[in-house]
Design a protein around this ligand. Structure first.
Ligand code: ATP
Length: 215
């Protein structure tokens, strides 16, 4: 164990805007899983976007502001620099090439996202490149039956120790402090003229107001 490398985590999302549900989960993951650091990675064009999103540059700027004072959290803008759809598998391939073969890499996904993973581009390749850490999220349940449920069962790790025993290939389900905050709700509050203060960092709210986002 002495020469085990601490895993690096990557947490993709729209972050439209980033809020304390993301940030608190990110920090708890760093501490519970012993991550070297965790990258919050805003997507450019979400492959399954339901609604129009704020420009990527604004979403990334808000993430940068939110993690500015926490060195264990970083903003990774690689998907904004790539043209076209933000396919997670491409980011994992790039990260694997940068981190080398031995470093454990953990792709963090919300429980809501994992339920639809079989519709993601080349999803079967994810576990060749990284582990997957599924966040149990308020109001969402891990699939109990079907293709995704079988895949979860086949690769499920018993505990976080499994993340350092191999660079990729395991699935860990983590229940963290539940914070029922969503970007959708924050956007709706702003559209109604209500304040989302204390649901997201003050500097992010200042940025939203300065740039007149979501009003
Ligand atoms: P939206 O309401 O626009 O769908 P969101 O709040 O779900 O946004 P995303 O940027 O889509 O935020 O989320 C990125 C990732 O963070 C997803 O995997 C999502 O499940 C997870 N996530 C979002 N909010 C929370 C929360 N409160 N607790 C735990 N995980 C969260």
């Amino acid at each position: 164990m002495s020469d085990a490398l601490a895993p690096v985590g990557v947490f993709g999302g729209t972050f439209d805007p980033v809020h304390y549900g993301h940030l608190r989960s990110a920090l708890e993951l760093v501490e519970h899983l012993g991550l070297e650091h965790l990258r919050l990675m805003p997507c450019a064009q979400h492959p399954h976007a339901k609604t129009p999103m704020s420009p990527a540059a604004h979403r990334a700027a808000m993430v940068e502001l939110a993690v500015r004072d926490e060195p264990r959290l970083r903003c990774d803008t690689r998907e904004l620099q790539r043209s076209g759809t933000s396919y997670t598998v491409l980011s994992l391939e790039e990260l694997r090439a940068e981190l080398g073969e031995r470093r454990p890499l953990c792709l963090v996904m919300g429980g809501d996202a994992i339920a639809h993973i079989h519709s993601w581009h080349r999803w079967e390749a994810f576990l060749e490149l990284a582990h997957i850490v599924v966040l149990a999220r308020p109001g969402w349940h891990i699939p109990g039956a079907g293709e995704v449920a079988d895949w979860l069962r086949d690769h499920r790790l018993a505990d976080a120790g499994g993340l350092t025993r191999a660079p990729a290939g395991g699935i860990l389900v983590e229940a963290l402090r539940p914070l029922a905050i969503s970007s959708t709700e924050i956007r709706a509050m702003l559209a109604r003229g209500e304040s989302p203060r204390y649901l997201l960092p003050e500097q992010v709210l200042d940025y939203i107001q300065e740039h007149k986002l979501y009003s």
